[in-house]
Design a binder for this molecule. Structure first.
Ligand code: DC
Length: 234
């Protein structure tokens, strides 16, 4: 039985928060594919490569070894056997990930890894091209979005809570720039799959989005959810 869920959408729409919660409630493994692109980015940075150097990045793809494992149910990303999870959220890493993910060699390598993971275990996977390229046969596809203004406000609040100084206008500009890059690249651009359900979270909180996905899953995959969906905090 195909139980996989694909969640795509722009940066900052809340994909990972929502997907983690849905994973818990449905007993699926949560796979954060952005974290894999970020681990690859660390490798490119360590090699001293510039994001414009397509040839160098393509060559480096052959040697980069990215893998993921789960510790207490939390995804850990490894680069050449070293746990790099603590570094993947760095700004420079995010920037390199956004720029290097446009290259076909990077995408081919990540897609292969992600498909191999989904073959081993039922997953909820989030990213930009999961419903369109990585898991086109997913049982449920969600396109989760929110307005750029709202995504910027959420990110601003998150950073402010961590005590990091930032300007709302800079965050919004950065978000719009990432949207542009993700949606306009030639290989596997971010777009809503034809059979994906659009969830606009601009005026929804996390619990409402999770509820909506569970409801859709119960409709689409009833045999997988009997007596299971809706139980909280398992
Ligand atoms: O979701 P994220 O911000 O952690 O992703 C980091 C970058 O990786 C993002 O700028 C776009 C890219 N990415 C991608 O191209 N395809 C995916 N499936 C996931 C992420």
């Amino acid at each position: 039985m195909n139980r996989n869920i694909a969640v795509d959408g722009p940066a900052g729409a809340g994909k990972s928060t929502v997907a983690k919660e849905v994973a818990k409630r449905l007993g699926l493994v949560y796979v954060d594919t952005g974290a894999m692109y970020r681990a690859m980015a660390i490798y490119f940075l360590e090699q001293g490569l510039s994001p414009e150097d397509q040839e160098g990045i393509t060559r480096a793809c052959r040697d980069a070894e990215v893998s993921i494992a789960y510790e207490n149910g939390v995804q850990q990303v490894y680069l050449g056997g070293k746990n790099v999870t603590g570094r993947i959220r760095e700004e420079a890493v995010g920037n390199m990930a956004s720029r290097s993910s446009v290259y076909p060699a990077v995408r081919a390598k990540m897609t292969q890894l992600q498909q191999a993971l989904a073959e081993r275990t039922p997953v909820i996977m989030d990213g930009r091209d999961i419903g369109t390229v990585v898991l086109p046969q997913a049982a449920l596809k969600i396109y989760l979005t929110a307005s750029a203004e709202e995504r910027a406000r959420r990110r601003f609040r998150e950073l402010a809570e961590k005590g990091e100084a930032c300007e709302l206008a800079d965050i919004e500009r950065d978000i719009r720039e990432r949207d542009r890059r993700d949606m306009n690249r030639e290989t596997a651009p971010l777009r809503q799959a034809e059979d994906a359900v659009l969830v606009d979270a601009t005026e929804m909180d996390i619990e409402q989005v999770v509820g909506r996905i569970l409801e859709l899953y119960r409709e689409r995959v009833p045999e997988a959810t009997q007596g299971q969906a809706g139980r909280k905090g398992e």
